[in-house]
Design a protein around this ligand. Structure first.
Ligand code: 5RP
Length: 224
């Protein structure tokens, strides 16, 4: 069992019958979806809501009981991976193009569980990856200029190997931006939250309830 499978197995122990469970996006979230399928086969009944088309398709293929986010006003548990995690459990997410639903589910779940391996632990958000910022298409250049005033550098995300911009599931554009190191993730979070034209960004501040850090043999658990 690798680290991703190990944390996914641990995350599945938080699932109880009749829960509505939010499914994250990515390879670690895929392992969790596989674990859920196993729990369902053992007789546990629950519903799932997906943060992306990719996770939705995987859940569907495995025969999980899918519901739609439009029908919900509450989620019991949201389980997802992350690209970076700091000591205070702030996350960077969104290397996939679906961070809007991911943040809505993280914010509106009773419990948000994050699954990572050691490679995701960082001292500073933005250490390994630029910050993904999802923007309304018609305003992307205005937002880009506003971000440059903070000293940010970056570009519009394009489709792999092509010049065409990548679209999120809801048809918005994504800017991948690097900010000066002296701006803290909390300051950046607050500034990005305020800027018109930004739909959502990849800093998940003050949302993680439980962090599961896996390696080849153990899972370390950190709580807020
Ligand atoms: C997608 C995400 C993912 O959770 C993040 O990219 C981690 O992916 P993986 O589990 O494949 O390492 O934020 O938007």
């Amino acid at each position: 069992m690798n680290a991703k499978q190990r944390v996914a197995k641990q995350a599945a122990t938080y699932v109880q019958s009749d829960m509505i469970i939010g499914l994250g996006t990515g390879s670690t979230a895929d392992c969790f979806i596989d674990e859920l399928a196993g729990r369902q086969q053992q007789g546990l009944a629950f519903s799932v809501v997906s943060s992306s088309v990719v996770s939705q398709n995987r859940a569907k293929q495995l025969g999980l009981n899918l519901t739609s986010i439009e029908l919900l006003n509450h989620v019991d548990l949201y389980v997802d991976g992350a690209d970076e995690v700091t000591e205070d459990l702030t996350l960077l997410k969104g290397q996939g193009a679906d961070l809007v639903k991911e943040k809505i589910l993280a914010q509106n779940s009773d419990q948000f569980i994050v699954m990572v391996d050691q490679s995701k632990l960082v001292k500073r958000i933005g250490e390994k990856y630029p910050i993904p910022i999802e923007v309304i298409p018609f305003a992307w250049q205005i937002v880009f200029s506003a971000l440059e005033k903070f000293g940010a550098k970056g570009q519009l995300r394009t489709l792999p190997g092509k010049a065409n911009p990548m679209l999120s599931s809801h048809g918005s554009l994504i800017l991948d931006m690097e900010f000066p190191e002296q701006i803290t993730s909390q300051e950046l979070n607050d500034e990005l939250d305020k800027l018109p034209g930004i739909i959502e960004h990849g800093i998940f501040h003050d949302l993680t309830d439980v962090l599961l850090i896996g390696d080849e043999s153990t899972v370390q658990i950190k709580t807020r």
